[in-house]
Design a binder for this molecule. Structure first.
Ligand SMILES: CC(C)(COP(=O)(O)OP(=O)(O)OC[C@H]1O[C@@H](n2cnc3c(N)ncnc32)[C@H](O)[C@@H]1OP(=O)(O)O)[C@@H](O)C(=O)NCCC(=O)NCCS
Length: 332
C-alpha cells in the first residue's frame, strides 16, 4: 500500500471536518465530491453560495450533501469577528477591521478551526503560501512547547532500499527561510512527529544535514547545525538523532560507516533536516525532478492542522492534502 493510500485509510477510520476556503474553485469542488464519496473527511466549502453551485455545475461535480457556508451571510460571522478581535486587539486590530477580516473566507475558515467548528483547513489552489500561512500563524499559533511552524515533505522514492521502505521525510522546505539553532531543533522535533503520525515510521532516524560530517569542516554554518543537534537531544532525548552530516553520509550505509563511524543514524536516516529553506526547497525539488520521487507536503507545529496547496495543484493533490490534514487532526 502506498503511503497516501495508508493515510486515506487512517482518515476514513475517524472522519474529521475539513474546511476549504476556496469553495468556488473548480478543482476544489471536484475534490470535495471525491472526498465525500471516499469518506475521507466531511468537507465544508466556503464562498458565495451561487458561485459554489456554478463552479460545481460547470465542472461536473455533484456536491449534494456537502456543506457550503457563505461567510457574508453566516450567522457565525459576528461570533468569529468578536473572537478574532479579542485575539488580535493587542496587535492594533479594531472591531471594524476584525469584522472585515472575518468576512474573508480564508480568515473565516481559520476561525472555524480555531473555535473548533472544523478540525482542519486546506487552501492554496488560488492563494499564495504567505496568504494562507499568515492568518494561521497569527490565529491558530503553535502547539505548546513548539517554537516555530515549519513543514515536512513526504518523499516517496522509486528505490525501496533508501530511507524507510523508500520513504524519506524532508524538513523544512516551505516556511522558515533562515532558522536559528533553536528553531532548527524545534523543526526536527516536529518532523519526528510527522514521520510517526503520517508515515507510520515507528523509529524516525533523524539526520541534521550540513556540508560537513562530524566536524570534517569548520564554519559558523556547521556550528549552527551542531548546536541544533545538542538542543534537539535536550528537547527530545528519546529521539534517534545525529549530525551534523552530509546527505550521502546520512543515507548511504557504506559512506555513513566510513564518515560517521558508530552513528545510530548515518547511512540509515529516514528523516532529513535541512539547515535552511534554500537547501530544503532545492533539495526536495531535485529529489522530485531528478530522483523521480512523489512529493507531498504538510505544515507542522500548528496547534491545529492547516495545510497549503501549490497553485498548480491537481484535484488528486487536494484530496491527498485533505486526507493528510484529517490524520493530523486525529492526532492534534
Ligand atoms: C511564514 C511567512 C509567510 C511569515 O510571513 P510574514 O509576513 O513575514 O509574517 P510576520 O513575520 O509578520 O509574522 C506574522 C505572525 O506570524 C508569526 N510567525 C512568523 N513565522 C512564524 C513561524 N515560522 N512559526 C510561528 N509563528 C510565526 C509571527 O510571530 C507573527 O505573529 P504575531 O503577528 O502574533 O506577532 C514568511 O516567513 C514566509 O514568507 N516564508 C516563506 C514562505 C515561502 O514563500 N515559501 C516558499 C516555498 S513554497
Amino acid at each position: 500500500m502506498s503511503i497516501i493510500d495508508g493515510v486515506k485509510a487512517k482518515a476514513r477510520a475517524c472522519v474529521k471536518t475539513i474546511v476549504l476556503p476556496e469553495g468556488d474553485e473548480k478543482r476544489t469542488v471536484r475534490a470535495a465530491a471525491i472526498i465525500r464519496d471516499e469518506g475521507i473527511a466531511r468537507p465544508v466549502l466556503l464562498g458565495n453560495t451561487q458561485s459554489i453551485r456554478r463552479a460545481a455545475e460547470e465542472n461536473g461535480a455533484d456536491i449534494s450533501g456537502i456543506s457550503g457556508v457563505d461567510p457574508e451571510t453566516s450567522p457565525e460571522l459576528r461570533r468569529y469577528a468578536d473572537a478574532l478581535y479579542e485575539l488580535r486587539k493587542n496587535k492594533g486590530v479594531t472591531p471594524e477591521e476584525a469584522l472585515k477580516l472575518a468576512r474573508d473566507p480564508m480568515y473565516y475558515g481559520i476561525m472555524m478551526v480555531k473555535l473548533g467548528d472544523a478540525d482542519g483547513l486546506v487552501s492554496g489552489a488560488v492563494h499564495t503560501t504567505g496568504d494562507m500561512l499568515r492568518p494561521a500563524l497569527q490565529l491558530i499559533k503553535t502547539k505548546p512547547g513548539i517554537k516555530v511552524v515549519s513543514s515536512s515533505f513526504l518523499m516517496e522514492l522509486p528505490n525501496p532500499n533508501i530511507g524507510w521502505n523508500g520513504l524519506l521525510v524532508y524538513s523544512d522546505c516551505v516556511v522558515m527561510p533562515c532558522p536559528t539553532a533553536e528553531e532548527l531543533a524545534s523543526i526536527a522535533v516536529c518532523a519526528a512527529e510527522t514521520a510517526r503520525t503520517l508515515c507510520g515510521i515507528e523509529e524516525p532516524r533523524m539526520a541534521l544535514l550540513s556540508f560537513s560530517t562530524k566536524g570534517s569542516a569548520k564554519h559558523e554554518l556547521v556550528s549552527k547545525v551542531q548546536q541544533a543537534v545538542t538542543i534537539a537531544h535536550e528537547l527530545a532525548p528519546e529521539l534517534t538523532l545525529d549530525g551534523e552530516m552530509q546527505f550521502d553520509a546520512a543515507i548511504i550505509p557504506e559512506i555513513g560507516a566510513s564518515k560517521a563511524k558508530g552513528s545510530p543514524v548515518a547511512g540509515r536516516a529516514n528523516v532529513l533536516i535541512f539547515p535552511d529553506l534554500q537547501a530544503g526547497n532545492i533539495g526536495y525539488k531535485i529529489t522530485e525532478r531528478l530522483g523521480g520521487a512523489k512529493a507531498c507536503a504538510v505544515l507542522q507545529g500548528l496547534a491545529k492542522p492547516c495545510n497549503d496547496l501549490s497553485r498548480g495543484c491537481s484535484v488528486d493533490d487536494i484530496v491527498t492534502t485533505v486526507a493528510l490534514t484529517a490524520v493530523q487532526a486525529q492526532n492534534a
